[in-house]
Design a protein around this ligand. Structure first.
Ligand SMILES: Nc1nc2c(c(=O)[nH]1)N[C@@H](CN(C=O)c1ccc(C(=O)N[C@@H](CCC(=O)O)C(=O)O)cc1)CN2
Length: 312
């Protein structure tokens, strides 16, 4: 147009700043490796993480494999208990009892989801609370509800804690912000709502789920969106408040019927980065933080067991 010359700067699409989970997880691992060395050198204790994996779900196998790799990187011993998909509740509970008694195991997790015939809540409840590396035992979740959990007493669930760390480490303050959490699962949505409404963070949280009827209105008002629904691409750029902070947690493996190739898809469309102020990539955002916070829980449990204040 005559008389108006657009510069490249004016026409370039805005792009959100990156909430880089890979870098933050790397920093956390370096900090943990130092604390592990102190446990070994000064207290003669090597933290040990055990994983219990039932069945042959490829995603669960990949997550568990990642957890063992992480342990090797930072100096945590790791022990795998891979069990057949048709294991009975009784047999699985026997494995849990063995891990509760094993002094080499300072913490352990049961990879979720379990096959449908197993009672997940009964399994989680059987884990010794002091060895619960996922923070999903009713005692540890109860402490979160009562607002008495901190690293000195009990572990926090890994994904919610990872989300908080990712925000804090990027200097993002949520006081007074409207946070919309989409998904009410026990590993992400519910505990995240409890964490973000603590006085230290002081956000106002709305928990949306499949029964929510006004998601578009909620999205339009949200300063921060945490999408943990597991529906690929359900959040579109146009639905977001401009400048929103977006954390994409959901991961779905989508297989192309023609090529048979499987790719990972998040809950948020990639072009949301043109509207958001900050956005976590997926992969490479919250997932690596989940793994890093698991390591932190294992280290903190070992520190508590020898009477060191975690992180001190
Ligand atoms: N016992 C538990 N089970 C499950 C949890 C959990 O915290 N405890 N969370 C998820 C799975 N999960 C950890 O177990 C997990 C998910 C994703 C990632 C991750 O690093 N993802 C990568 C992408 C790679 C991929 O998905 O293949 C990324 O986001 O960059 C780590 C751990 C359910 N079960």
């Amino acid at each position: 147009m005559e008389g108006s010359v657009e510069t490249a700067e004016e026409t370039a699409p805005a792009t959100a700043q990156l909430l880089d989970g890979i870098q933050a997880a790397k920093d956390i691992k370096a900090e943990l490796a130092e604390r592990i060395q102190v446990l070994k050198d000064e207290h003669g204790i090597t933290p040990g993480l055990a994983t219990v994996l039932v069945g042959d779900d490829p995603a669960s196998h990949s997550y568990v494999g990642g957890k063992h790799k992480d342990c090797a990187q930072v100096g945590i011993n790791s022990i795998r208990r891979d069990l057949p998909a048709d294991i009975s509740q009784e047999e699985l509970e026997k494995v849990i009892d063995e891990l509760n008694e094993d002094p080499a195991v300072t913490g352990y997790i049961v990879q979720l989801p379990l096959p449908k015939h197993l009672d997940t809540n009964a399994v989680l409840e059987r884990i010794a609370p002091e060895k619960d590396a996922d923070g999903l035992h009713p005692v540890n979740l109860g402490r979160l509800v009562l607002n008495v959990s901190d690293p000195m007493t009990s572990p926090l669930p890994c994904t919610p804690h990872g989300i908080v760390q990712l925000l804090v480490r990027n200097g993002l303050v949520l006081t007074g912000k409207n946070v919309l959490v989409i998904g009410r699962g026990v590993t992400v949505g519910r505990p995240l709502g409890l964490l973000l409404t603590r006085r230290q963070i002081n956000a106002t949280v709305t928990l949306a789920h499949t029964g929510t009827v006004n998601l578009p209105e909620l999205l339009a008002e949200a300063d921060v969106v945490v999408a943990a629904a597991g529906f690929p691409g359900m959040i579109k750029a146009a639905e977001l408040k401009p400048g929103a902070i977006v954390l994409d947690v959901g991961v779905t493996r989508v297989t192309d019927p023609e090529t048979g190739k499987t790719t990972l898809s998040g809950d948020v469309e990639k072009d949301a980065a043109s509207v958001a102020s900050w956005m976590s990539p997926n992969p490479g955002g919250v997932g690596p933080m989940t793994r890093a916070m698991l390591l932190a829980n294992v280290v903190e449990a070992a520190e508590r067991s020898v009477g060191i204040l975690p992180g001190a």
